[in-house]
Design a binder for this molecule. Structure first.
Ligand code: HEM
Length: 416
């Protein structure tokens, strides 16, 4: 197909730069003081709270929309996300539909429930244990092998960015020869806001690549996620090729980008709080709570959107049917009525559920995988790079971004 062939003709694209350009890294340093001011005005109120370049998103709202609200408090965000009969996810079809296909993200009940029940079969605890030993650890070790003898490295580019995408390729059972193509096309797809045409071409090309794999698994089942998806059955239903394709495309932004950012954010917190890094180095039983604190403190994806399909009330505020409701996960995770000094990174704080993986029926399907991947990467770094610490020859790392947040670099040194 002519459009798909174009993908291989395009000039070299640096995946890392494309990601960051797409997500506006560096434009916004710290939106949290603004979020705190918004929270102080009320748990949920009108407007988007976005002031990227001085212009509020409210000014660009199409006239037919009766309203735009943003939920800022933990309670308001949780209430919106839990009630998916009132607050629909269908808005995703406009943003992601053209490049993803009809993915689970945009589905409402009862379709969502049935589809999720099928997908869930590929994410069992048993699968997770196997993936950890057979996929994630080897991928992380291979990447660290490349720089372990050097005594210094920039971790985002050499480790955090490539590892989740490589893990997904391995889980899908893609042959090594397709890894580079997969990586490049995945990045082009994700960078849809930078270059929609390139994203569309990448989507078609990925579709061809995945379809070939699906057909192969249908004829000859293998021990991988595509086979699991082909075989999954719920109430006599199976996934169609288009449904599998939409899910596989979604795995790139949903599974790779978020994990790259969340694991970088945790390392950033640890490197800038050396006492906590030392405590964790000495006592790895602290790792699960460190991972949750990293997710709470700097969640990688800050905003998700819903549309009110009927009149509703959230924390005493009337939301008319048809309103767009943004839920600010970042703000909810820094709600001072739930966490003391929420701006502090503190792996020792009392553990309370956060909203980095959202809440309700659309709660992240890959959260256990994300946690496991992060644990593997942090453990491997601490085990293999003695006395790992921030490189004193560089500025301390910092996290930037608005809807997606992470550090663009993590310069580190260790003893060799
Ligand atoms: C730290 C890493 C991750 C974060 C912060 C994260 C965050 C989220 C959030 C906030 C949602 C809800 C979106 C919405 O309701 O609009 C979501 C959904 C989802 N995530 Fe994740 N995610 C992460 C990792 C992963 C991984 C590793 C996978 C799979 C490989 C994954 C697969 C999914 C899927 C399939 C959904 C859609 C679930 C549904 O609509 O029912 N995520 N994720």
């Amino acid at each position: 197909m002519a459009t798909a062939d174009l993908a291989s003709d395009t000039e070299e694209l640096d995946p890392f730069d494309a990601f960051n350009r797409a997500m506006g890294a560096g434009i916004v340093e710290d939106p949290y003081p603004d979020f705190a001011r918004s929270r102080a005005q009320g748990p949920i109120h009108g407007g988007s709270g976005f002031t990227l370049d001085g212009a509020s998103a409210d000014e660009t709202l199409p006239e037919e929309l009766p309203g735009l609200f943003t939920a800022y408090s933990f309670e308001a965000v949780q209430q919106v996300l839990r009630d998916n009969e009132t607050f629909s996810s269908s808005g995703y079809s406009m943003v992601m539909g053209p490049v993803m296909g009809r993915s689970i993200l945009e589905m409402d009940e009862p379709e969502h429930h049935a589809y999720r029940a099928l997908l869930q079969q590929a994410f069992t605890r048993k699968a997770m244990e196997r993936w950890e030993a057979e996929v994630v650890k080897p991928v992380v070790d291979r990447l660290i092998d490349r720089f372990a003898a050097d005594g210094r490295a920039e971790l985002v580019r050499s480790l955090h960015f490539p590892f989740p995408m490589t893990v997904i390729a391995a889980l899908l059972g893609l042959p090594d020869s397709q890894l580079d193509d997969f990586h490049r096309l995945g990045v082009e797809l994700i960078a849809v806001s930078v270059d929609p045409e390139r994203a569309r071409v990448a989507s078609a090309k990925l579709g061809e690549l995945f379809l070939e794999q699906i057909e192969r698994r249908r004829q000859q089942p293998a021990d991988d996620m595509i086979t699991l998806l082909c075989q999954a059955e719920h109430d006599g239903q199976r996934l169609t090729d288009d449904e599998i394709l939409a899910f596989l495309r979604l795995l790139l932004p949903a599974g790779a980008e978020t994990t790259y950012r969340s694991s970088s954010n945790l390392m950033c917190g640890l490197l800038t709080h050396p006492d906590q890094l030392d405590a964790l180095r000495r006592d790895r039983s602290l790792l699960p709570q460190a991972i949750e604190e990293g997710l709470r403190w700097e969640c990688p994806l800050l905003m998700i959107v819903r549309i009110a399909v009927r009149d509703a009330e959230v924390c005493g505020v009337r939301i008319p049917a048809g309103s767009v409701v943004m839920t600010n996960l970042g703000s909810a995770n820094r709600d001072e009525s739930r966490w003391e000094h929420p701006e502090r990174f503190d792996i020792f704080r009392e553990q309370k559920a956060h909203l980095a993986f959202a809440a309700g029926p659309h709660t992240c399907l890959g959260m256990h995988l994300a946690r496991m991947e992060t644990a593997v990467v942090v453990n491997a770094l601490l085990d293999r790079l003695p006395n790992l610490r921030a490189d004193p020859d560089h500025e301390p790392p910092r996290i930037t971004g608005l809807t997606f947040r992470s550090p663009s670099a993590l310069h580190v040194v260790w003893d060799t």
